[in-house]
Design a binder for this molecule. Structure first.
Ligand code: GDP
Ligand code: MG
Length: 381
């Protein structure tokens, strides 16, 4: 069967690689590809050849690619990264009868180890070296090894050791579930405390409009970045305050919903206004314990008068002091992942992994040891 697989991720990258497979692969390439050095020599295995894939419409420029034969009836086409160039070639191939096969289908047919397959799929979505390294550890078997060790201990009636292994894995699943899906970090506070300015300082460019007049930010503004290698979706929000303005009220409602959904909230307080009623209102919406109190505009005045019963980490920042922003980011990284998994340790990285481990821990608590072993073994089969 003639088919094509996109080997590289759809995330932005320098190069995209398509694998074209089947008895019709070579003739398709010969019909659509013009080698740079005119030659009718057959494509040998592992020979690298440069050329251009012709465009379906004769007027448009073709796409420069490298062709490499990697096996009988199997070729790789290396083209420019991003989705435009590769998608155009994919469209040409599928129009000519090549079936588009997904990565997960290829993995499922080449390996029976689902954790390995899942890790490979997630590595393709990873956006930092740090998260990639953790996922590669799981691909190499770190999670499987710890689960097998839990089973072996259960078989030897070492229930405490097995429970400890599973509990540690369960703790690590929190970071595991955020290797691809970013942590949601929300900047919240009353108007004019410097939320949009801080967003821009964290991102390193002017993403949000900053102005001395209150109510400049009216809607939620999301941006993807990473802090210390942890993927983050950072959200700037409208300032919370009392108003009758219908549009502002909608913005404030969105801010409070964002706080409710957040994995981490940076609650900003500025020296001019100090601690206000909106700060309390925001705190009542929290569903997370991950909060940092950020006293902004430290160059104007230092703010310290927090209410006594509010015990979250505190940081002072000033746009004029880049060290203070770096300190905030370090604090944020620590609040999100206080104990980063050490190299080589097992990390559950899918929702199903967390659920299976939680279920097994609960079986062990009920002293259902055989069912615990069965649950783990059926997962690893
Ligand atoms: N001096 C000083 N001014 C700041 C700082 N951060 C923000 N501002 C000013 O505070 C005003 C409100 O900032 P903005 O980011 O729009 O606040 P937001 O309403 O909370 O988003 C603007 O005039 C900013 O330039 C800071 O660290 N130092
Ligand atoms: Mg703003």
């Amino acid at each position: 069967m003639n088919h094509v697989v996109r080997l590289t991720s759809t995330a932005p990258a320098a190069i995209a690689v398509l694998q074209v497979v089947g008895p019709g692969a070579e003739s398709w390439i010969r019909n659509h590809w013009v080698p740079n050095a005119a030659s009718n020599a057959p494509l040998g295995i592992n020979h690298i050849r440069y050329g251009t894939i012709k465009n379906a419409s004769a007027e448009a420029a073709g796409e420069s690619i490298v062709v490499c034969k990697t096996g009988t009836d199997t070729f790789e086409l290396h083209c420019h990264g991003g989705s435009t160039a590769s998608q155009r070639i994919l469209n040409q191939l599928t129009r000519d009868g090549f079936e588009l096969v997904s990565w997960s289908d290829v993995l499922a047919s080449s390996s029976t180890d689902t954790i390995v397959n899942e890790a490979i799929e997630d590595v393709l979505q990873a956006t930092s070296m740090r998260t990639t390294a953790i996922l590669l550890d799981q691909k190499r078997g770190a999670l499987r090894l710890e689960l097998e060790s839990a089973i072996a201990n259960l078989r030897q009636q070492k229930i405490d050791i097995a429970t400890k292994i599973l509990q540690e894995l369960h703790t690590r699943s929190e970071v595991g579930l955020h290797l691809v899906v970013p942590w949601k970090v929300v900047l919240a506070g009353p108007p004019n405390v410097g939320k949009s300015s801080l967003l821009n300082a964290i991102l390193g460019y002017q993403r949000a409009i900053v102005h001395e007049s209150a109510g400049t930010t009216r809607d939620l503004l999301h941006e993807q970045t990473s802090i210390d290698g942890w993927p983050i979706q950072i959200t700037d929000s409208a300032g919370v305050h009392s108003t009758d303005d219908e549009i502002e009220l909608q913005g404030i409602q969105s801010s409070l919903t964002a706080v409710e959904d957040a994995d981490c909230v940076l609650l900003l307080v500025a020296p001019e206004q100090g601690w206000t009623e909106p700060h309390h209102q925001i705190l009542t919406k929290l569903t997370t314990q991950r909060v940092i109190l950020v006293a902004t505009k430290a160059d104007v005045a230092e703010f310290h008068e927090y209410p006594k019963n509010i015990c979250y980490p505190r940081i002072s920042t000033s746009l004029k002091d880049s060290n203070s922003i770096a300190k905030l980011l370090a604090c944020n990284s620590h609040v999100l992942v206080p104990n980063p998994p050490s190299a080589g340790s097992g990390v559950p990285f899918r929702i199903e992994h967390e659920a299976r481990i939680r279920e097994c821990i609960s079986l062990l608590k009920q002293r259902e040891f055989d069912r615990g072993i069965d649950a783990l073994e059926s997962w690893l089969q």
